[in-house]
Design a protein around this ligand. Structure first.
Ligand code: ZN
Length: 388
């Protein structure tokens, strides 16, 4: 990584924003803020205090899952005002917009150029301070940004997209509604679990994901249903660590399968990813030499899954799968495909057709389309707690 990140993690760290800004000594600041979360999280007074006396241009007219047109409006505004520091306060969408304008602002080529993989920036990026108000995506710790161009989802990846600074203050998540706490927390948990078995994982990513799994498995139900400060703190740490883990390892089959559920049925991202986590874990556990994607071999893959099982408090794969389902149900969300509207064979075919092939290459066991379908059929036919 060419950029090293200065991260501040813990309850109350937003009070250090003034110091961060002073060190960057900007002429003017571009502030990307989530329309709702900027106020609701309690970030507003602390951020305004840290920005007192500085010329600040604010941008908050965007919708979740940032569209290219939103980013272009932000980019024009930033360029017109020659801002030289960017603050992004909010959920994954605000941080993604912050990342994109930070990356694009000084580049001479047309912005669309950078949607293609591997295009290097000719000019430096503008420093970005990421301040998440949810505990889930870990976007503050990753070097990729999700954008929608002409209705198609792109993940723009470059090492310079990693925010220069991040302040992860758990007090900003205290007022998160239960459903958001559950869905975003499940994203963190799934990202950590998928990172453990990802082909691109290494020792550093594994150290982060182990810790994130343990924290989230222990605290997610509490944070979702009857939050305490300790559970909020733990979920923020889990989310940040899971972000650091996938920054190295990337995600795998559960993420690849999730996007169609989100785009077609509006299932929140973290919930959509969690729907297939147990089934993919069991599938990956059955890896053999003939269908192993990981050059470290199938023994390595199974050892990583044994470690996940251990973190879930079991040695048995079926029991581990049930513990994942129980965790999801304990947040108040369902594990039933039927209950979220995926009924019948056609819906399963659509899910299988919607997968991102690049992410499947990072899954430790190869998938064929038939393999995906039979896994989904088994998942659809399982009985679920609460169903008779
Ligand atoms: Zn995710």
């Amino acid at each position: 990584m060419s950029i090293s990140q200065n991260s501040y993690l813990g309850r109350g760290v937003l009070a250090q924003l003034a110091d961060v800004i002073r060190r960057a000594s900007p002429r003017s600041v571009f502030l990307v803020k989530s329309p709702g979360a900027y106020k609701a999280s309690g970030a507003e007074p602390l951020v305004e205090k840290a920005l007192a006396g500085l010329e600040t241009i604010s941008f908050d007219s965007f919708t979740p899952n940032p569209k290219w047109s939103d980013i272009m409006v932000a980019l024009e505004l930033l360029r017109k005002n020659s801002c030289d520091l960017i603050l992004a306060v909010g959920g994954g969408s605000a941080i993604d917009i912050g990342k994109m304008v930070s990356f694009l602002a000084l580049q001479p080529s047309a912005p669309e150029t950078y949607l293609q993989a591997g295009v290097r920036p000719a000019e430096p990026v503008i420093p970005l301070v990421a301040i998440p108000t949810t505990a889930g995506s870990g976007s503050e710790a990753t070097h990729f940004a999700v954008v929608y161009y002409e209705g198609k989802k792109y993940s723009v990846a470059h090492e310079d997209i990693l925010p220069r600074y991040c302040l992860v203050d758990s007090s900003l998540t205290d007022s998160l509604p239960p459903l958001w706490s559950a869905a975003s927390g499940l994203d963190a948990f799934c990202q950590a679990v998928e990172s453990m078995w990802a082909v691109q994982s290494d020792d550093e990513s594994t150290a982060c994901s182990r810790k994130a799994i343990a924290l989230a498995f222990d605290q997610l139900a509490v944070a979702s249903t009857s939050p305490t400060q300790a559970s909020r703190d733990a979920m923020c740490e889990a989310s940040h660590l899971a972000g650091k883990a996938i920054n190295i390892s990337k995600t795998t089959a559960c993420h690849a399968l999730s996007y169609t559920m989100t785009s077609m049925l509006g299932i929140p991202h973290g919930h959509a990813v969690a729907m297939t986590l147990g089934a993919v874990m069991a599938y990956n556990y059955g890896v053999g030499e003939d269908d192993c994607n990981d050059p470290r071999g199938c023994e390595h893959v199974r050892a990583r899954i044994d470690e996940i099982l251990q973190l879930l408090g079991t040695t048995d794969i079926e029991e581990g799968r049930e513990r994942i389902d129980s965790l999801i149900e304990s947040t108040g969300l369902t594990t039933s495909l039927t209950a979220i509207g995926i009924t019948g064979a056609e819906a399963l075919e659509e899910l299988a057709d919607g997968v991102n092939a690049e992410r499947l290459g990072n899954n430790p066991r190869k998938f064929t389309r038939d393999g995906i379908l039979s896994m989904l059929q088994e998942l659809q036919s399982r009985s679920h707690p609460g169903e008779s």
